[in-house]
Design a protein around this ligand. Structure first.
Ligand SMILES: Cc1ncc(COP(=O)(O)O)c(C=O)c1O
Ligand SMILES: N[C@@H](CCCC[NH3+])C(=O)O
Length: 433
């Protein structure tokens, strides 16, 4: 089916002809390469886990999570960062090793915490005092000792889009380190027979390119560790420095290797710990986008083309904002290839529009592209992270299928939604029947 003779005529992604994929599975279609995920995970193994002793890595599953993804991450030997009952339930359903799960979130519910404790998740990252209280009660009730980290807010803004910067003081996440509340939380935990405080977590933001913000945060956090050791005798056994390692969405620039972030971070931790006479804690990272972002593309079919002379040409595709809200939310930029004519001259400047009833539903503004016609297949690149996981049914569009390419074979790992799925949870009250 995937004929060799087509290889030079169509856009090939992980050895498969994307036009054939579009034909076989329909569009819009998320396509994920298992090889590319494994390649990223192997870099984390080599350049972080094997290079530095006493380290751990968890995949931030908010970027992209399905049962199959849990299986890949488990095989690659990483842990899993989850932020909701739904993500946790997915991990449980995939029989992911629970001791390797870290549960985050700034407003975890009683039920979510109970689910986590029932299933013995490895770490609960406590975001605030309200959560600490609930957790303490559940742990006591179940007569368990729950291992926790405190998410602290280092007061260091991430250089990224405002919506995805989390390290600044004015953030809904984490306990401020100067606040009385941190001392209070510490005392409460140290006194509790049902909680064991292993250390701290911070996360500065997502899609970061500047490794200096990590170093600034580390100076603050290692200072805090020293303080707590001197004043309270508290030894930090674990330090989770979050994720946020940025990727390139442009074919003109390469994504930075994990070592670009990791090496200065590890050096700074080692230096600070030796200067402050602290034992270096276990260091944990939680990359999401860096692992999955470049491992995915989305295939669309081109439909209507509207040329407004001297203004703009709109090329509409059969998906858009519901399968990729990132351009509308963050002004995110993507690149695309006409999959059935990847090498044609890009003679036209046009705008790729989605099919939603929304003027802001634009996937790519002003892209240079070959002349296209209805029925052509468009591949938008680097859509692996925060596309499927952020997809909605806006305008009642069914969510696309997800196909995983493994060793040259396509596997449907999420079925395409049907119209019937869209109404399957609807109810009509009697008085309207
Ligand atoms: C606590 C936490 N850890 C990890 C991540 C992963 O981020 P990214 O996908 O940018 O690596 C996030 C998201 O920003 C996060 O909030
Ligand atoms: N959803 C964001 C990333 C959020 C990171 C989670 N704290 C994005 O698409 O870039």
């Amino acid at each position: 089916m995937y004929l060799q003779k087509q290889l030079d005529r169509h856009y090939i992604f992980d050895n498969l002809d994307t036009v054939e994929l579009a034909k076989e599975f329909g569009t819009p279609l998320y396509v994920i390469s298992e090889n590319l995920i494994k390649y990223k995970c192997s870099q984390i193994q080599n350049d972080f886990l094997n290079k530095y002793p006493n380290t751990k890595a968890a995949y931030a599953s908010k970027a992209f999570l399905t049962l199959a993804m849990c299986k890949i991450i488990e095989r690659e030997g990483l842990g899993l960062d989850v932020v909701s009952g739904g993500e946790l339930f997915t991990a449980i359903s995939a029989h992911f090793p629970m001791e390797k799960v870290m549960f985050h979130g700034n407003n975890k519910s009683f039920e979510e915490l109970e689910l986590a404790i029932n299933n013995n998740v490895g770490r609960i990252i406590v975001d605030n005092l309200y959560e600490l209280e609930i957790l303490q009660n559940i742990a006591k009730e179940q007569n368990k000792k729950v291992k926790i980290l405190f998410r602290i807010n280092p007061g260091v803004p991430g250089k990224t889009h405002k919506y995805i910067s989390t390290g600044q003081i004015d953030s809904k996440f984490g306990i401020c380190i100067e606040e009385e509340s941190l001392n209070f939380a510490l005392k409460k935990t140290i006194d509790s027979p049902n909680l064991e405080l292993m250390g701290f977590h911070f996360h500065i933001g997502s899609q970061l390119f500047d490794n200096k913000s990590y170093l600034a945060a580390l100076n603050i956090v290692t200072g805090l560790m020293k303080n707590l050791k001197d004043k309270m005798g508290f030894i930090t056994k674990e330090l989770n420095i979050g994720g946020g390692f940025g990727i390139s969405y442009s074919t003109r620039e390469k994504t930075k290797p994990i070592s670009f972030f990791i090496d200065p971070i590890m050096k700074s931790i080692e230096d600070n710990c030796s200067k402050l006479k602290l034992e270096r804690p276990t260091i944990i990272i939680e990359p999401g986008r860096w692992i999955i972002g470049e491992a995915g593309i989305t295939l669309y079919t081109i439909g209507s083309i509207k040329e407004i002379p001297n203004v703009r040409t709109y090329i509409s595709v059969d998906g858009g904002l519901p399968d990729n809200p990132r351009p509308a939310l963050y002004g995110a930029k993507y690149e695309a290839i006409v999959a059935n004519r990847p090498y044609a001259n890009r003679e036209l400047t046009a705008t790729i529009a989605g099919k939603c009833c929304e003027s802001g539903d634009i996937l790519i503004w002003d892209i240079n592209i070959p002349y296209v016609k209805p029925g052509d297949v468009l591949a938008v690149l680097n859509t692996g992270a925060y596309n499927y996981s952020m997809a909605s049914n806006y305008n009642r569009l069914p969510k696309p299928a997800v196909v995983l390419i493994s060793n040259g074979k396509p596997h449907v790992i999420v079925e395409r939604e049907k119209y019937e799925d869209l109404i399957s949870k609807d109810k009509i009250p009697n008085h309207l029947l």
